[in-house]
Design a protein around this ligand. Structure first.
Ligand code: S3P
Length: 169
């Protein structure tokens, strides 16, 4: 299998979809935020607070280079800003999980762990700014994606089925 790279806005469900794909398809999965937290031995929140966003973006670039060079046959879920790395399409087939901002926000606040989900995302602290970021990114996400999956009102099982069909897994 060629690598699959899941992209999309914070809270759209990249992690949940990746976990379901592991369960159903038995694929090996990695998450760029998890890799960065291990490399740095601190949380994303801490990295943003102490080093600033640009530092985090630089680490994302390093991770992207490593993924391109060293990772095969793997499902890679990414942080919401990872799509900006230069070599994204060289890493694997890029799949965008897409949904309107309001639906993503609804999904986050209805989650049983909503408070902790919000707390660990520095760019989700201010709702108005998050919406501006979403509007800035929406067209760019679509531009880099090989496949777009509208995840609105769909179960993770339905989303995985659609990915399997469209990516011919
Ligand atoms: C970010 C999304 C986060 C994380 C960081 C920055 C972004 O990942 O990488 O807080 O720029 O959209 P999730 O998409 O998993 O929340």
């Amino acid at each position: 299998m060629k690598n699959i790279v899941l992209i999309g806005f914070m809270g759209v469900g990249k992690g949940s979809v990746a976990r379901e794909m592991v369960k159903q398809l038995g694929v090996v999965a990695l998450d760029t935020d998890d890799i960065i937290e291990s490399m740095e031995n601190r949380s994303i929140k801490k990295i943003f607070a102490t080093e600033g966003e640009q530092y985090f973006r630089d680490v994302e670039f390093k991770v992207a280079k490593w993924l391109e060079k060293s990772v095969k046959d793997t499902l890679i879920s990414t942080g919401g800003g990872f799509y900006k790395v230069k070599n994204l399409n060289k890493i694997g087939t890029v799949i965008l999980l897409d949904s309107p901002f309001e639906k993503i926000h609804e999904r986050i606040i209805n989650h049983p762990n909503a408070a902790s989900k919000l707390k660990k995302r520095p760019l989700m602290q201010d709702l108005e700014r998050a919406k501006v970021l979403y509007n800035e990114r929406e067209a760019q996400y679509k531009k880099v994606a090989d496949i777009v999956i509208d995840v609105t009102e769909k179960s993770v099982e339905e989303i995985v089925k659609e990915i399997q069909k469209k990516a011919k897994l």
